[in-house]
Ligand binder design. Structure first.
Ligand code: 5GP
Ligand code: ZN
Length: 115
């Protein structure tokens, strides 16, 4: 997807602060962080949103994404105090970039429910 910013970040056409990378997944710091740790974990492959995952992708990509989250929780020292993993889907879900991504947020007390 040529015009997708997250595809361009995954392809290294756009710069970002990459904090994790595997065959299928890349994670980088959000350009406008809302918490001391604000990392975006994405599949390298362009998938628009979470409900667009095929059964095969659910079985292969989701474990790879959660492996990344697990390693980042360790690296960012988030396990003890807690953290949040967020996926926004579609317009009313607050998704602004239409390439599947999971926000990993931590380092401060987070409110619930969100607005
Ligand atoms: P969404 O609202 O779609 O769940 O989250 C998209 C996130 O991507 C936002 O938190 C936004 O700050 C972040 N973002 C948008 N463009 C860029 C970019 O070019 N680089 C980085 N690192 N983050 C971006
Ligand atoms: Zn994309």
């Amino acid at each position: 997807m040529e015009n997708c910013i997250f595809c361009r970040i995954a392809n290294k056409e756009l710069s970002s602060e990459v904090v994790y990378e595997s065959d299928q997944v890349i994670a980088f710091r959000d350009v406008a962080p809302v918490a001391p740790t604000h990392i975006l974990v994405i599949p390298k492959e362009h998938i628009p949103a979470v409900h667009n995952l095929s059964m095969e992708q659910r079985n292969t990509l989701l474990p790879a994404i959660f492996e990344a989250i697990d390693q980042l929780v360790e690296k960012e020292n988030l396990a003890e105090k807690g953290f949040r993993v967020v996926n926004n889907a579609g317009q009313e879900g607050g998704q602004t970039v239409n390439h599947l991504h999971f926000h990993l947020l931590g380092g401060r007390s987070l409110q619930w429910p969100p607005g």
